[in-house]
Structures are given as C-alpha cells and as structure tokens.
Design a protein around this ligand. Structure first.
Ligand code: HEM
Length: 203
C-alpha cells in the first residue's frame, strides 16, 4: 500500500507542480493564465496522460485513506502527524476538486478554465468556503512534501540541516499560497466572472 501511494503520489506531484505554476501565472493577469493553461492542456489532457493522472488520483485517495486509518493508531507527533493530517485533507480535497472539475466539464458543459477555478473565490459569501478550501490544499501539499522530505533526506545540503530544509519547504508553501491568491483575485480587488459561469455562483 505504501509503494502504491508513493508512486501514484509522484505522478500526481508532477501535475500539481505544473498546475500551481499555472496558477502563479495569474499574477500576470487572467489572459496569461488562460494562455498557459491552453499550452499545458496539450500535455495533461492527452487521453493517455489524463487517464493515468485520474487513475493515480483515485489510487492516491484509496491508499491514502487506508494509510491514515492504520497510522492514526500509532499516535504520531511532529512531522509524522503533519503528514497524516495533510494527507487526509488532500484525499478529501482531491475527491471534491476533481469531482467538481469533471462535473463542470461533462454535466455543466463549461470550460473548466481560470474563471471556473476562481468563480467561488471572488464571490461573497462563497469565498468564505473557497478561501480556506484552496489555501489549505496548497499548504497541505507543501506540508506533506516537507514531512516526506524529512523522512527521506539524510544529510545537510550546502550546510543547511534537514530540519531547516523541511522548514524552507513550508515557507515556500506559504509564499506560493499568498502569491496564487493575489493572482486569482486580481490583487485582492476581485475578478469579474463572465456570465457563462453564473450557474457556479447562484446568479
Ligand atoms: C487555488 C487553488 C486551485 C484552483 C483555483 C484550481 C483550479 C483547477 C481547475 C480550473 C482545474 C481544471 C483544469 C483544466 O480543465 O484544464 C483543476 C484541475 C485539477 N486540479 Fe486544481 N486548482 C487549485 C489547486 C489544486 C491543488 C492544490 C491540487 C492538488 C493538491 C489540485 C489538483 C487538481 C487536479 C488533480 C485536477 C484534475 C486534472 C485533470 O483534469 O486531469 N488543484 N484545478
């Protein structure tokens, strides 16, 4: 179960890094985000790659929940505890997030682009849910990475101890979250959502 989780996790992480890079690009405006997504889609919407990715997400959720239930009994602390709880959040987030994207695409016939992603984030009171929902997802991803890093890494790099490397990953996670939120909300001024996405925000 651990091996399955490790390899499906690696597959998903490659996509997540591209996906977060795409979201970071929103600091240059919605058009830049849309243009980069169009390019990235050529890769991850390839039927073989997307099937592989969605299968990895499913495997990750199932193996992650099983690992959570068995490890929880050991009452872990420190980074092991962080790994456990960020993993649980990521499993639930994947279920809702990927479910929402597939529902948007196949049932609502929407282009699940920048505007699909940010509709709730820029609409009150939906943003009261979407701000913590997305922020915790990005923070959990980096938290989970930091916890794995501290287990796998044995030595200091350029004189930076493994503890400090893990802390650096957490700090990068906080910075990435802040920059993405700045971009996805047009510098916190809010983004005008096109009419086609009204169904998402109850207009
Ligand atoms: C600010 C946060 C986020 C927003 C606004 C967002 C938005 C989106 C959007 C719009 C799509 C559809 C992409 C497309 O149709 O090409 C998508 C897909 C996806 N996202 Fe996110 N996302 C966010 C964070 C995350 C995070 C943190 C993860 C993982 C930890 C994640 C995992 C995924 C996955 C696995 C897909 C499915 C890809 C596929 O269609 O095969 N997302 N997201």
């Amino acid at each position: 179960m651990k091996r399955v989780h490790y390899f499906s996790g690696l597959t998903i992480s490659l996509f997540i890094l591209l996906h977060l890079f795409n979201h970071l690009f929103s600091v240059f405006g919605a058009e830049s985000h849309l243009a980069l997504m169009d390019q990235l889609r050529i890769l991850y919407r390839n039927p073989i790659i997307e099937t592989l990715l969605l299968s990895a997400v499913l495997l990750q959720i199932i193996s992650g929940l099983k690992l959570f239930l068995s490890k929880r009994k050991l009452a872990p602390s420190g980074y092991a505890k962080l790994q456990l709880w960020t993993g649980l959040y990521l499993a639930l987030f994947f279920l809702i997030h990927v479910g929402a994207v597939l529902t948007g695409r196949y049932f609502l016939a929407l282009d699940t682009n920048f505007y699909f992603g940010v509709a709730g984030l820029n609409t009150f009171p939906l943003n009261l849910f979407f701000i913590p929902y997305y922020a915790l997802a990005i923070l959990s991803f980096f938290g989970h990475l930091a916890a794995i890093h501290i287990q796998k890494m044995k030595a200091a790099v350029f004189g930076i101890s493994v503890e400090r490397q893990a802390r650096l990953i957490l700090i990068i996670g906080v910075l990435v979250t802040m920059i993405i939120f700045y971009g996805l909300t047009d510098g916190f001024r809010g983004i005008e959502i096109p009419e086609g996405y009204d169904v998402l925000i109850g207009k």
